[in-house]
Design a protein around this ligand. Sequence first.
Ligand code: NAD
Length: 264
Amino acid sequence: MGMLDGKVAVLTGGASGIGRATAVRFAEEGADVVVGDLQDGAETVALVEKTGRSARYVRTDTTSEADCDALVAAAVEAFGRVDVGVAAAGIATAQGASNIRTRAARGDATHVVNIEPDAFRRVLDVNVLGVLFTDRALARQMLAQGDGGSIVNIASTAAKIPLAGASPYCVSKAGVWMLTKVMALELATTGVRVNAVGPGYTDTPMIAGLEDDEPAYTTAMSITPMNRLGTAAESAAACLYLASDESSFTTGQILHPAGGQFTG
Ligand SMILES: NC(=O)c1ccc[n+]([C@@H]2O[C@H](COP(=O)([O-])OP(=O)(O)OC[C@H]3O[C@@H](n4cnc5c(N)ncnc54)[C@H](O)[C@@H]3O)[C@@H](O)[C@H]2O)c1
């Protein structure tokens, strides 16, 4: 028996990193999977199919509400319903690169006194509005089905820890965390649960090369008591708990696979 036997899961950001690992883990636990991403999801589909479950990829830009609605509609068309959603699509900076290497000196483009409004806006568009559009497409479908569901938003420890040089990312992840709580409250009596996973530094393309950048890696590890990067599979395991019925009395919570970042 898998933890998600017979369930249908929709994941944004499922072509890479945490989204892909979660799609595969969900399939191993018995779910059919629909992956939405800007990038091609063929590799994720192949990995899911290896587990014996079915998968679809739908090209999706989560900043488009119509795309998010079409993603959920495609899942319903393929598999008849949606039980679980994971909003994992996200960016660290408008350029797509990680910015945790910056020291945020006064002259840096990422320093809050210099950052371009469009660069700030782009991160909020993808990380906050993209999650809103994803979540409400999922919630509308789950409400229409009438028998509940589970939505998991990928936030970050940056929802709670300010990182110099990453103002749009931190603001966006704090927004995801608050959106999670508001949605959980608004949907609490409906059976639709909304929770968040807030990973710490996790070995995915988003932070590629961090380990080779000695000063940046030292800074990252100085707030990570376990003194290593997390894996995408470790975030996927947190998503699995929140997606499954094992967390049936849990909503509006955030779980941090973060190597002890909040121990003190
Ligand atoms: N890697 C980390 O250290 C870390 C830590 C905390 C939180 N996170 C969060 O985890 C989530 C997944 O990131 P990851 O680390 O797996 O990085 P990743 O870059 O491997 O995956 C992100 C995916 O999101 C997709 N994406 C970006 N913008 C999109 C859009 N507008 N529409 C659809 N898809 C879009 C990308 O194409 C990519 O496939 C993100 O929300 C990220 O902020 C990552």
